[in-house]
Design a protein around this ligand. Structure first.
Ligand SMILES: Cc1ncc(C[n+]2csc(CCOP(=O)(O)OP(=O)(O)O)c2C)c(N)n1
Length: 299
């Protein structure tokens, strides 16, 4: 019998594929909360908010070769908000880069899976991150390298609002607008909450799409729902119709998505998941998974 991963990757009908990918993301969320509870360390809020987005990239959008993680023409992914490392590891493991049995070693001494992504340790990690704000600079360099080498790969950079509060991001935004690297896609996980408060309180970034356009970037007209897999797939199609580079996609998301009492709360940015909270969170995540599996026609 095929696994959910195999079914998702082999599905040709995009409506059915979006439902399968959505179910996969819900399963990853459940797996993440179990690991975070087990380890008593790690970041739930921003991993959960980007769960559908990163799952869609690796299971639908990006050209990748998990058994050749250094292939020159592979698409690149830079998780500028590196604190969401558990999400990247969970998706990479289930996409075939390494054995998912390693996931419970997350954040342990000498594990392949360090607290923040390390490109020298973990197969599939294209850039080491964790100091928020530098992802778009390296992503711009990677996209320019794709031009120089003629390999034509795409580079996807995911930022949170904390990244966009860093001046370095805006230097990269200007640099990319100047050199217009083909294949550079900035994805914003726009969840409105950071480590110690809301973006409104810390440093507002709205109106974001207008700012990007004013800086010379190109975007589809919509801010997409980053938890609706159909909308995410559509955002990729609409991105392809935008004629000029560099391009950005903005997704409205919910920090801590999937657990009612954790949603939208900065306290769940990186607090350890205690027994009581885990006990209450799990049934909610399991119910969402069951619903998604049933919508995808998976028994
Ligand atoms: C340069 C730097 N300063 C501070 C931090 C501490 N820090 C970690 S996450 C974070 C806030 C992140 O907010 P956001 O990018 O919106 O993350 P998301 O909600 O999407 O997870 C901060 C300030 C850091 N990692 N790097």
């Amino acid at each position: 019998m095929m696994t959910l991963e195999e079914r998702t990757l082999s599905e040709k009908d995009t409506v059915r594929k979006a439902r399968l990918t959505s179910a996969l993301a819900k399963r990853f969320r459940l797996e993440m909360i179990d690991i975070l509870h087990d380890k008593q360390t790690g970041h739930w809020g921003g991993a959960s908010s980007a769960c559908e987005l990163v799952t869609a990239l690796y299971f639908h959008r990006m050209k990748v070769y998990p058994n050749q993680p250094q292939a020159a023409d592979r698409d690149r992914f830079v998780l500028s908000k590196g604190h969401a490392s558990l999400l990247l590891y969970t998706v990479l493991a289930h996409r075939g880069y390494f054995d998912p049995v390693l996931l419970p070693t997350f954040r342990s001494i000498d594990s392949l899976l360090q607290g923040h992504p390390c490109m020298n340790k973990t197969p599939g990690v294209d850039m080491s991150t964790g100091a928020i704000g530098h992802g778009l600079s390296v992503g711009t360099g990677m996209a320019l390298a794709a031009r120089l080498s003629g390999t034509g790969f795409r580079t996807y950079v995911m930022v949170g609002e904390g990244c966009l509060n860093e001046g370095q991001s805006w230097e990269a935004i200007m640099t990319a607008a100047k050199y217009k690297p083909e294949g550079l896609v900035l994805m914003v996980d726009y969840n409105g909450v950071q480590l110690d408060g809301t973006s409104e309180d810390i440093m507002p970034i709205a109106p974001l799409a207008d700012k990007f356009r004013a800086f010379g970037w190109n975007l589809p007209g919509e801010i997409y729902d980053g938890h609706d897999m159909g909308a995410i797939f559509r955002s990729f199609d609409e991105l392809d119709k935008v004629p000029a580079w560099p391009k950005a996609l903005i997704y409205r998301t919910v920090k801590g998505k999937g657990v009612s009492f954790m949603e939208g709360k900065n306290t769940w940015h990186g607090s350890p998941v205690d027994d009581d909270s885990w006990g209450k969170a799990r049934p909610e995540l399991k119910a969402a998974l069951d619903e998604a599996l049933s919508a995808a026609g998976v028994a």
